[in-house]
Design a protein around this ligand. Structure first.
Ligand SMILES: [Zn+2]
Length: 343
């Protein structure tokens, strides 16, 4: 579906000399103007996201799979899987999605599967494709709906990252996500927190900096499944701007030791038993060559060449979305982190 109506609306608003701030200022007190402002708000909302049927991953857990690795006007920002559990107490979101419109689509799918309301939302980290749909869940289930995240994630969503991601997704999708409002998490969770949802237990795992400083992984205990957010991906290359390579390996070790999980569910790519292994091989091929280059005093170009020659990296290159565009940057980040570790 074309996101054109949203951008056409934006243009018309600009012609009218009305920015978003002006629209909300119009609302107060004047019924006619207030109705006008309401119409404008609808007008600048991006179009609905087409339905994607959920796939069942385990007894309680379902996933709406995102086939694309990156946001575009065509996919309207749907680049991140949306995973949820249907429990005897209600529906629990393991990340909510990347826009108001994506959240509304997800709620339509949930209502086809169960009459139960959504009773809790978790946000795995602060990258906007995972939580901007909180807006849709608050609209549908009320302001008292608990939204849980690590305190670092909440700080970032309330701070620079929240607005940054909202703007980026609007830009990358040609404003298909327009109308999405930032709804930050309202409850902190830490490592070891456990939630009882009747027939299902959810356990929170956090092992320091991995993909970001505030990642939480969510173990669905009875189903022997863990949602790992972006700590691990399947045939995608992760954004490591705020992450750590050794921190990621540490996180994998701890998840394997401390969960009884046989299925790993990533935010990007397919769920399965091999997800941690696949990502570990790719990252080890990047990290170990950067450490070796730093130890030998070799420049970053030599590190990059060694990474690309590494069979673990070469094996992943062809099947990994975003590989060519990102490998140089992520080698640089690994090299910088290896330098920092060496001192
Ligand atoms: Zn992420």
């Amino acid at each position: 579906m074309s996101p054109a109506p949203a951008s056409a609306a934006r243009r018309r608003l600009l012609q009218l000399g009305l920015g978003t701030a002006a629209c909300s200022a119009l609302g107060a007190g004047w019924p006619a103007l207030s109705a006008f402002a309401g119409e404008l708000e609808d007008f600048i909302k991006g179009p609905p996201v087409p339905d994607i049927a959920p796939q069942r991953l385990s007894q309680h857990v379902w996933m709406i799979y995102a086939p694309d690795g990156f946001p575009t006007p065509e996919n309207q920002g749907l680049m991140c899987n949306v995973t949820f559990a249907i429990t005897s107490e209600g529906v629990v979101m393991l990340d909510s999605g990347g826009s108001l419109q994506i959240g509304e689509m997800v709620i339509r799918q949930i209502r086809r599967l169960t009459d139960k309301p959504v009773v809790a939302v978790f946000n795995s980290h602060y990258h906007g494709d995972h939580w901007l749909a909180n807006h849709a869940f608050e609209d549908a289930y009320g302001k008292d709906l608990p939204i849980y995240a690590h305190p670092h994630t909440t700080r970032e969503i309330r701070g620079v990252q929240g607005n940054l991601w909202r703007g980026l997704l609007e830009r990358w999708t040609n404003q298909a996500t327009a109308g999405t409002r930032i709804v930050p998490p309202n409850h902190d969770v830490e490592h070891g927190a456990e939630f009882d949802f009747g027939d299902l237990t959810l356990r929170v795992h956090h092992y320091g900096v991995a993909h970001t400083p505030g990642d939480i992984c969510l173990e669905v205990v009875e189903d022997r499944l863990t949602y790992v957010g972006d700590v691990a991906m399947d045939r995608r290359i992760a954004n490591m701007d705020d992450g750590s390579y050794p921190g990621t390996f540490h996180c994998y070790d701890e998840l394997e030791r401390n969960t009884g999980s046989a299925i790993w569910v990533p935010g990007h790519g397919h769920a399965g038993a091999q997800v941690l292994h696949w990502n570990r091989e790719l990252f080890a091929g990047i990290w170990e060559n950067c450490v070796a280059a730093v130890e030998q005093g070799l420049p970053i170009d030599a590190a990059r060449a060694a990474v690309l020659r590494d069979p673990r990296v070469a094996a992943s290159a062809a099947e990994t979305l975003g590989f060519d565009a990102n490998i140089g940057k992520y080698v640089s980040l690994a090299y910088l982190e290896a330098e920092k570790e060496a001192f």
